[in-house]
Design a protein around this ligand. Structure first.
Ligand code: ATP
Length: 299
């Protein structure tokens, strides 16, 4: 018997970063949006093991350090049982790309193991266990479009009308999330910028409610973008090319280096992806739509 769970990537439509807290984290205002780029995680009975397949999986640990294995152990601890599960990850979400691929696999593993072990775990409990594994893990269970406060893990669903069309410019190599936050703190100190308390953007929330892609494009924002650009200056060219080719908006996704561009419709997204490909400003271009549901069992 095995259980397969499909889980989406995310893009942050807004990422507001507050001052560094005493515990080393930042207060965040995160507007998460799940998009149609998916990993699949299959769980089967056996001793704890992780295997990974996919076109671009460099840097993904196949073993106990994989976030999916950590999630399985967290659920097993909660249930007071052994984490005896073989996990196989089919990866399409870019690795270390700012699209929360590892967190997605962790969320999928929680759901797959609960089903495999025939454990009746309430969704709220799964969200709590997910938050123990990592700040972005609960959203991968939640899906859709949501506001994440605290470290990003306190979620509220946001109304979002219709479907948005995205182009993702994938970069060579990843960026470490802690390194990007550290660079954000360094830049703020160097330029004596006082980080204020972050607030959700009213323009962004109104654009989502109205399903207005043009207004959403204008309201996208990421406080980590200057830090990602500082560590990876070539992203400046990618963002400029997106603007030049008519994207409704563009930003670095999360901690980067993936860049996300909003298009008016599916045709516009295909044209934009082709133009960016031609301009040679990314390793690869993928189109996707959002919002999509969170992790769910396929079979
Ligand atoms: P975020 O958007 O949450 O900051 P990210 O998309 O930038 O994350 P991930 O792909 O989640 O980054 O991976 C970051 C690092 O986590 C990888 O470089 C890898 O070392 C480690 N890792 C552990 N488990 C996984 C997994 N299942 N998939 C990808 N990376 C994993």
């Amino acid at each position: 018997m095995s259980v397969t769970v499909k889980v989406p990537a995310k893009v942050n439509l807004q990422l507001g970063v507050g001052p560094l807290r005493d515990d080393g984290y930042h207060d965040l205002v995160n507007v998460f949006h799940a998009v149609s780029l998916f990993d699949e995680v299959t769980a089967a009975h056996g001793p704890l093991a992780v295997t990974v397949a996919g076109a671009s999986i460099e840097g993904v640990p196949a073993g106990p350090d994989n976030l999916a294995a950590r999630a399985a152990r967290r659920l097993a601890d909660h249930l007071g049982r052994e984490a005896d599960v073989r996990l196989h990850i089919d990866k399409a979400i870019p690795v270390a790309g700012g699209m929360a691929g590892g967190s997605a696999d962790a969320a999928a593993a929680l759901l797959a193991c609960a089903r495999l072990w025939e454990a009746d775990v309430p969704f709220e409990t799964l969200l709590d266990l997910a938050a123990d594994v990592g700040s972005d893990v609960p959203f991968a269970l939640f899906g859709g479009t949501a506001l994440g406060l605290g470290r990003g893990e306190r979620l509220t669903a946001l109304p979002c009308e219709g479907e948005f069309h995205w182009v993702f410019a994938l970069a060579d190599g990843g960026l470490s999330t802690p390194a990007v936050f550290a660079e954000c703190d360094r830049l703020r100190a160097a330029f004596e910028q006082e980080a204020g308390w972050p607030h959700e953007s009213p323009e962004l929330l109104a654009a989502l409610t109205a399903g207005d892609a043009k207004a959403l494009g204008a309201a996208l924002g990421n406080d980590l973008q200057p830090a990602a650009l500082s560590l990876r200056p070539s992203l400046g060219r990618t963002l400029a090319a997106g603007r030049e080719f008519g994207a409704l908006g563009g930003l670095v996704s999360g901690s980067g280096p993936t860049c996300a561009f909003l298009a008016a419709d599916a045709g516009h997204a295909a044209e934009l992806a082709a133009a960016l490909d031609e301009a040679d400003v990314a390793r690869a271009l993928v189109t996707a739509t959002g919002p999509v549901p969170g992790a769910h069992v396929l079979s």
